[in-house]
Design a protein around this ligand. Structure first.
Ligand code: SAH
Length: 399
């Protein structure tokens, strides 16, 4: 379909270019297809020397597929001499060696000859021959140079319109500086080195935890190799966020929020209240209850926890900081914690009284005494504007 990939809002390229002269073309179809190729590559001046089937030709219009402007603007001449009378520089295209003492050039070299003359205001032309017999010797003799294509010598003759297409393509390629209309989409900007370094540090720590680097004397080489693997990929910021998520998920063995959970947001909230009221788990030497409870909470996030977590894991400034959800610390369970930053994010529900409030005070005192920084976030703020909450948190955790 002719319009596919065509942007109708774009202006037709109408910059000066060489005239394309077709000498006695036999088939209307070829004239139409040549006009189409010219229009595709930004050429518009078509000159016809006594087309065999007369002019205008409806078959040309069919093949032009929308390049009507070029056809309508075509000028008719009764001889090649007339057609190039106003030109100061003329090139003849041919597959054959005509044994005439003139420069023979590739289409690309031809455009390099033409372009500066055209910008200097000269009129120029590229001449194409008849389908069956090409250009006569005396016609080639009128030209300043010969253009021929690098080609299979055993099958050297192109269809007329295709020859026009190849030369027109070279015209736009050279004069546009090979500029393409669209390029590879860049969805996420490239990751800055700092983000990559944070990810690698996180990866290294997690690998250390499982004693991946063995034997120890190989550690440095293995690390360099690992870094190089990631350096080669020219990661985007999104790539690093994804990889950080992967490392965290693997290291935590964690199910994502709401996966494997059975409670909805309200029920999850009641669970926390219950835990807060009853669940001061005073079993300091025994960590199992806190671990089991953490797992239960982790799998059943409240709406606010889920919103905050999903936003945080996507946020560039938290990449590689090692935050985890619902993690037991001593006898308590922290909503979010980063052990590398020794920072806890504590989500406070809208209403909290009595035992629950007391338990929270106690938890903070316990964590504070162990050098944890506590960042308090109101659940209501999360549902209102999680972006603002994250910015504030990001500023607070900034190393
Ligand atoms: N049998 C003819 C070919 C005509 S093809 C001959 O021997 O000349 C129609 C026109 O397309 C040619 O006159 C020329 O202008 C162009 N053309 C075809 N093949 C070409 C090639 N390999 N190099 C340059 N121009 C070519």
């Amino acid at each position: 379909m002719p319009g596919a990939g065509t942007d109708k809002t774009k202006n037709w390229i109408e910059t000066p270019g060489p005239a394309v002269v077709l000498v006695e073309p036999q088939l209307g179809e070829n004239i139409g297809a040549a006009a189409r190729a010219m229009a595709n590559f930004g050429l518009s001046r078509l000159r016809l020397v006594t087309p065999r089937e007369g002019w205008p030709n409806p078959r040309a219009k069919v093949m032009a597929a929308g390049a009507d402007r070029v056809l309508e603007g075509a000028q008719l001449f009764s001889s090649l001499a007339d057609a190039v009378a106003d030109c100061t520089y003329v090139l003849a295209t041919t597959a054959r060696a005509h044994d005439q003492a003139k420069p023979v050039m590739s289409p690309e070299a031809a455009i390099h000859e033409l372009a500066p003359r055209i910008s200097g205001g000269e009129k120029t032309a590229i001449v194409f021959g008849r389908e069956r017999i090409g250009l006569m010797n005396d016609e080639v003799a009128m030209a300043d140079g010969i253009v021929t294509l690098p080609i299979n010598p055993a099958f050297a003759s192109l269809n007329l319109a295709q020859a026009v297409a190849v030369v027109s393509y070279e015209w736009l390629k050279v004069t546009s500086g090979n500029l393409l209309p669209h390029t590879t989409p860049h969805k996420s900007p490239n990751a800055p080195k700092q983000q990559m370094a944070a990810f690698l540090a996180n990866l290294e720590r997690e690998l250390d935890r499982v004693e991946f680097f063995r034997p120890p004397e190989k550690r440095e080489t293995m690390l360099v190799n690992l870094r190089n693997i990631f350096a080669r990929m020219q990661a985007s910021q999104q790539d690093i966020q994804t990889l950080s998520g992967v490392v965290m998920a693997l290291s935590d063995g964690r199910k994502g929020p709401a996966r494997g959970g059975i409670l909805d947001g309200d029920e999850a909230e009641r669970l926390r209240k219950l835990v807060a009221e009853r669940g001061r788990i005073h079993v300091s030497s025994e960590r199992a209850p806190a671990r089991g409870l953490a797992k239960l909470l982790r799998r059943n996030p409240t709406d606010e926890e889920r919103i905050l977590w999903e936003a945080l894991t996507r946020h560039r400034r938290f990449a590689g900081l090692g935050f985890k959800r619902q993690v037991p610390i001593g006898p308590f369970v922290a909503d979010l914690v980063s052990f590398p930053l020794r920072t806890v994010i504590d989500i406070v529900p809208a209403t909290e009284e009595g035992e629950a409030a007391e338990a929270r005070v106690e938890k903070r005192a316990w964590l504070g005494a162990r050098d944890y920084k506590i960042l308090e976030v109101a659940a209501a703020d999360i549902s209102q504007d999680v972006g603002a909450v994250l910015e504030k948190l990001a500023d607070a955790v900034k190393p």
